[in-house]
Design a protein around this ligand. Sequence first.
Ligand code: ZN
Length: 317
Amino acid sequence: MTIIMLDPGHGGSDPGAIASGLQEKDLNLDIAAKTRDALRSYVVDVYMTRDSDIDFEPAQRADLANRLGAAYFLSIHINAGGGTGFGSYVHINACDRSLALRDVIHQRVSSFYRSSGFMDRGKKSANFAVLRLTRMPALLLENLFIDTAGDAVKLADPVFRQQIAGAITVGLVQALGLAPVSAGEQEEDINILKSDGLIVSNHGVAEHITWGMFAAVINRSRGKSSLSDPWDPAGEVAKLKADGLVFSDHDEGGEVPWGEFAAVLNRLRGAGSTSPWNPAAEIQKLKSDGLLDSTPDPTEAVYWGEFAAVFNAARKS
Ligand SMILES: [Zn+2]
């Protein structure tokens, strides 16, 4: 199984940066622990270089990851020195794979920070010991500035730290292609769509659903199409629009974003429609009605497994 080593920076007699009544070592540990917990929903083994307030040298941290054969090393830090925002570091001699994984994780985490009003300080490289001594792709995140008031007030908020952990988790899941633990259940949900006559062929749980397929399943479930109709994906999408389930045109081969999926499902189940258009609120409606556990980004594309699980839950309720 894939092993991820999370590395909460500093610890014990080394507090890291201190300011605003906060110690970097505590924040690093909390964000790492929250990330580890969030990763429990995925098929991956997560280790931490420390899970308490202890001294642990950078070389020992790297050595631990090397000996365990970790596939990825992620070091979590808070910046200091008077600045603001988020930045990430790979080693100055990072391999191509390390750079590619960094790009995915940086993009995800930075989009969270930007949506929270913080700047992206960019993708950087440095000769930090943990990056130099680890033999697997490795990344170090500098999460805001502990000595800048606007940053510190957010860092002090456990809810915000949970959101940081959520963004890091999604980045790791995307970068490393981690499968949800619920993959088996999602396969079962796709089979239910099949046995209920809503789809003909098999679809992988981690395969993106297209607008054409999505529209066809929705239309069949509401009796507006049937499996015996000739396959006409553009016509299926047009039917959704004609019946007011979507308002704009969608390419039948394009991926369906979570926000659009949630909106269609809410309209279909009579849960109303947000005005003005608010895809995050549509997703929230699914969550508050118990149809969804996670909080996907509204622009993220929906997988077949996720679609089948949520759609079946909605049909049952
Ligand atoms: Zn640090």
